[in-house]
Design a protein around this ligand. Sequence first.
Ligand code: SF4
Length: 725
Amino acid sequence: MRSGRSDRSDRSGRSLGSERANVAPSNDPNDSNDSNDSNDPNDPNDPNGSNGSNGSNGSNDLTSTVRRMFTEGGPLSRTLDGYEPRDGQRRMAEAVAAVVESGGTLLAEAGTGTGKTLAYLIPAILSGHRVLVSTGTKNLQEQIFFKDLPALRDALGVPFTATLMKGRANYLCLHRWELFRDGVDGNTSAAGRLIETSDRVLLPIIDLWAKKTETGDRAELRDLPEHLPLWNEIAAEADTCLGTECPRYDECFVTRMRQRAAESDVVIVNHHLLCADASVRQSEYGEVIPFCPTLVIDEAHQLEDIATQYFGCSLSAYRIEDLVGDADRLLTGAARTFTVRENEETARALARVSDHSRMFFSGLALARALHPGGGQESRARYTAESLEDHFEDGMALAGALEGLEATLALAQKPDPNPTPDVNEALATLQRRAGEMRNDLRFLMRASDPDFVYYVETRGRGIFLRASPIDVSRIVRDVLFERMRAIVLTSATLAVDGSFEYVRARLGIKQASEVRVASEFDFARQALLYLPRRVPPPKAPAFAEAAAREITEILKRSRGRAFVLFTSYAVLRAVQQVVEMTLPYPILVQGTAPRTDLIERFRATPGAVLLATSSFWQGVDVVGEALSCVIIDKLPFASPGDPVTAARIDAINAAGGDAFADYQVPLAILALQQGLGRLIRHRADRGVLAVLDPRLRTMGYGRRFLASLPPAPVTHDLEAVSRFFM
Ligand code: SF4
């Protein structure tokens, strides 16, 4: 398994927060959840990992205690506003209680409206074992921490504490900040970046905040722009962390967050942090999540994709620039501890790394521009042979990194050392240079059959990447194996009524299963419209016909719709038509940050949002503002994508049928997610429309149809008109 060192591109959009909820004990004398468990909560060798504070009354009792919680007139009915007992929620909670008590794995599909978060939180908390909850989205993470857990405080009648953990990049690194602040000189930062006027405005603000913040979480600085180059130079990344050797280790915000989490009964993370943490677990520098014997993975359908990002390997000019910048900063800040010769030699070694990095990556960028290969794809597969033209530049960069390692090693003073901090910083830089050299060689060799190698272009950046083709073994070894009890849940986890697909993708052999249907009444609340007039997606007339159909549907729904596309090309074609012909406000993905667009959609009467993949899941709009979801094509993953292509090849080579066993199930889950945006509440009503005729005309269409919500189906636009009357 590769170490999964992250590039700058990997850090974007991985924000999560760290706060601690202290949940006070109840005074209710009727609650008798005395703790029977006095084990050390922080002991990873304790197979139960009991937090010792909550305690169930024994294995049989947990299930009956949990069952009582969910009954009519039970604690939830008495304490939660508007709580209605739901049979499906209780069944899921009992299944979770069983697996939390006896260990093992549970696969739980809980349709929309089940209330699945309470169904796992309650047994997990009452079990007395510390629980780690990982979510796919920040929204769900915050909902659990700020809404569900406080609501459970009175209902459970037992004390528990919880910590919400964000990814390391959200926190200020005190050590880097001090070096940065003290090293800003003239017009450039020590990383060689031009100091902008906005940086000069922000410096005193950050300085003041750094002195008084309790958490170091950048979310407290509300006006800080999302993508701020300055933040990259002062964030508490694992890559740049000095660990226990850091002079600010005790005050470090990440250290303190970890300590808070280690004392908590419930720790809430997201899949990005979960995977990032597991990928650096062997290192003393990166791991922040404490050991928890119970793991709940919510939105589990996203786990394979996110694990693929973290258990691979990636190198870009950005990652190398970060290293050079940090080394430059150290040289500037601690110049007096080095001899003139050491200063000159290190500066020369850094310049060599910078030059060779520029040469290598600009050569790759030029080749990508001349031979894009994958057409519109921003990722293109490569082999060692296809990299041949860049081999010399790559080896020269590896040599320069090796030279830097040697120079940094020589600059470290032998004991007794008057400046141990500088020594440790040099050793960290040396380690990072070594990791980059190893990663570059691994990427240039491109010979590990378990990985797929590709070049990715993002904006002006170019990245060499290797991703694991099959993450099941990695997920099992680094995430699942150390857990006593695992619950994987989602509103969309089963395909054709079976968990076979998720079992195969995540390597789950033994597991209990529970499926709970949606609480919503689709027969009454929704209508499924499958038009007959749209040609197959490959037909030249598809975009035009789709635009016509979408216009007609939107006229009837009076806007108030998400139109979800699988490609930008069709999105743009439809955008031109609907902007010209319809009076509704049209919002388009990419014109503003995702959260802003959702807010504007909610606040703008009759708004229509045109979007692609990132809006297919994790978006919640309750009420009339969203009364229609239109999907243009069945969301098959592009077979031109290197990772998808490698997985298809691997399944077929092993004698499987990649289309039936991988591509169709993956697309069914994506379609279910997209359509799942519509009905988020019992009072919601709306029309789901899928334009792709393959749903009706192809054999595999039956599998999609069987997975759609049980709403009445129509092929008649007039039925859509009547629905909205
Ligand atoms: S321990 Fe690491 S993250 Fe914390 S202040 Fe030190 S270098 Fe920064």
